[in-house]
Design a protein around this ligand. Structure first.
Ligand SMILES: [Zn+2]
Length: 107
C-alpha cells in the first residue's frame, strides 16, 4: 500500500480508532479498580504498573508477566526474573520518554 492510497488512509484511521478504544478500555479498568494514575506519565506505563500489583496493591515479585515496577518512593525499575528481587532502575519511561526522576526529586 502507498501512503497516498485511500485504502492506506482508511487503514490508518482504523488504527487510530483502535488506539482510542484501547485507551478508553484502560481508563475504564483503572476507574473500576480505583487505581490512581495521577503520578504516572502515560497510559502504557499505568497499565504495566497496574499489572505489576496484586489485589492489595502490593508489588508482585517473581511474576514473569511483570515488565515494570514502581515503588512508593517514585523509583521505577525493570525486574530481572532470576528468582530473586533484582531490578534495573530506569530513569526514562520506555513508552513516552518522560524523565521519571523529575517526579522522584519533587517528592
Ligand atoms: Zn510514560
Amino acid at each position: 500500500m502507498k501512503w497516498n492510497d485511500p485504502e492506506y488512509n482508511k487503514y490508518i484511521d482504523e488504527i487510530h480508532e483502535n488506539i482510542e478504544f484501547h485507551e478508553w478500555t484502560l481508563k475504564e479498568k483503572f476507574r473500576k479498580n480505583k487505581f490512581n494514575t495521577e503520578s504516572i506519565c502515560c497510559l502504557q506505563m499505568a497499565d504495566k504498573i497496574f499489572d505489576s500489583l496484586d489485589k492489595k496493591r502490593n508489588i508482585k515479585y517473581g511474576d514473569v508477566d511483570v515488565v515494570i515496577n514502581k515503588w512508593t518512593d517514585g523509583t521505577y525499575g525493570i525486574p530481572i526474573h532470576d528468582g530473586g528481587t533484582s531490578i534495573i532502575e530506569i530513569n526514562f519511561c520506555p513508552w513516552c520518554g518522560q524523565n521519571l526522576t523529575d517526579k522522584k526529586a519533587s517528592r
